[in-house]
Design a protein around this ligand. Structure first.
Ligand code: THU
Length: 130
């Protein structure tokens, strides 16, 4: 199954009763294992979590630490794009040239990279001598 198909399947489990915007994400790790996540909303709105965060949490919980590929899918007019916080979360575990596939459920697909999604992001180099 392609990474986007995994994301599509996980999206079905999204808990989004407030936004009604279901998102699925999948990350492939350096081990070859694939981890999925979906958004999980909460009546206290800021407590909701994004699909990408769920996939990354599953990866870390399983013992993988490096992402080699990312896919995100939602039912929207143009390919869904990770929020700023998720771009930072992805960048923590992926090199800049890692490919990110963004898709709509109707089949529109766009590919980009981690570096293109988060140019000049805050990283560990900014922490030296702090
Ligand atoms: N959402 C994600 O899970 N990932 C994205 O890339 C964009 C937004 C979620 C957060 C919230 O549950 C809903 O979509 C509407 O913003």
């Amino acid at each position: 199954m392609s990474l986007i198909e995994t994301a599509r399947k996980v999206r079905e489990n999204a808990y989004a009763p407030y936004s009604h915007f279901k998102v699925g994400a999948a990350v492939k790790a350096a081990s070859g294992a694939v981890y999925g996540g979906c958004n999980v909303e909460n009546v206290a709105y800021p407590e909701g979590t994004c699909a990408e965060a769920g996939a990354i949490a599953a990866m870390i919980a399983a013992g993988d630490t490096r992402i080699t590929e990312v896919a995100v899918i939602a039912d929207c007019p143009k390919p869904v794009s990770p929020c700023g916080g998720c771009r930072q979360k992805i960048a923590e575990f992926a090199d800049g040239d890692v490919v990110v596939t963004l898709a709509t459920t109707s089949g529109v697909i766009q590919t980009t990279t981690v570096a293109a999604l988060l140019p000049d992001g805050f990283d560990q180099d900014h922490m030296r001598d702090a």
